[in-house]
Design a binder for this molecule. Structure first.
Ligand code: F6R
Length: 246
């Protein structure tokens, strides 16, 4: 059963999730273990990443023992493309903290064999010991990662086609719809369900309807985020606007 926390605003939500991540990293470091984080891109996690950077700079939080796996990457974009998710992570988080680059993973947007790349990504997650904590946003189609409807509960890391709603929503970053890739590589729903803890953030009125559908309809492939209702340890962090229809 998912838990819902309505925060005063997105800054407060970001601080709460950042504190959870700090506590995980600290506990793992004490046990001489790596903390394995699943990371998301997009507008939603930006205040979270800003707070993690602050914790690093002002409170000495080290990311030396963190391994990260991002949810997804646009097909056809290399890591140095300004709209790629590898580039996003570098610009918004990695360059400001002490994470080892070799410990950061983002699916390769360009590869000779996408199926192989996806299978290797799943294997890398397993060999890191699985993901301890996955950060998620949610798309207006109900996607988590780029698992657009319909996405089966059993889906794994794979190539997907982006919904036109998602392409339009993300065109703000590209400046023009025609520049938004049609495909992506994404962790699957099963990959996300395997994470030991999930922290989903959703902010603003634009997310209110999909949050209602996600939490108040029967879990199904038509709203991939709704599968999270069955996750053993999943928290939805909302601001009052995203909570408006619950
Ligand atoms: C990003 C991702 C997506 C976004 C979602 C919301 O890595 O996998 O599921 O979390 O599209 O995007 P924003 O936060 O820009 O509204």
């Amino acid at each position: 059963m998912s838990k819902v926390i309505v925060h005063a605003d997105k800054a407060t939500a970001a601080k709460a999730v950042a504190a959870t991540i700090r506590d995980l990293i600290t506990a793992k470091a004490k046990a001489s273990q790596a903390a394995v984080l699943g990371l998301a891109t997009g507008s939603t996690p930006l205040p979270l990443y800003a707070e993690l950077v602050r914790l690093h700079r002002e409170e000495g939080l080290s990311f030396r023992n963190v391994v990260s796996f991002n949810l997804d990457e646009y097909e056809g974009l290399s890591g140095d493309h300004p709209q790629s998710y590898r580039y996003f992570m570098e610009q918004n988080l990695f360059r400001f903290i002490d994470i080892r680059r070799e410990n950061t993973h983002v699916p390769a947007g360009i590869s000779a064999d996408a199926a192989r790349t996806c299978a290797d990504y799943e294997a890398a997650i397993v060999s890191a010991g699985g993901i301890d904590l996955q950060v998620l946003g949610i798309g207006r189609t109900g996607h988590i990662g780029f698992n657009e409807p319909p996405s089966a509960l059993s889906s794994r890391t794979r190539r997907v086609h982006l919904d036109e709603v998602t392409r339009r929503d993300n065109s703000v970053f590209f400046g023009e719809l025609s520049l938004v890739p049609h495909g992506a590589l994404t962790m699957g729903v099963a990959t996300i369900m395997d994470c030991r803890q999930v922290e989903l953030l959703a902010f603003g009125t634009g997310k209110a309807e999909i949050i209602r559908k996600t939490l108040q309809t029967q879990p199904s492939a038509d709203c991939p985020a709704s599968w999270l209702q069955n996750h053993a340890r999943c928290t939805f962090h909302l601001d009052p606007e995203a909570n408006a229809l619950l």
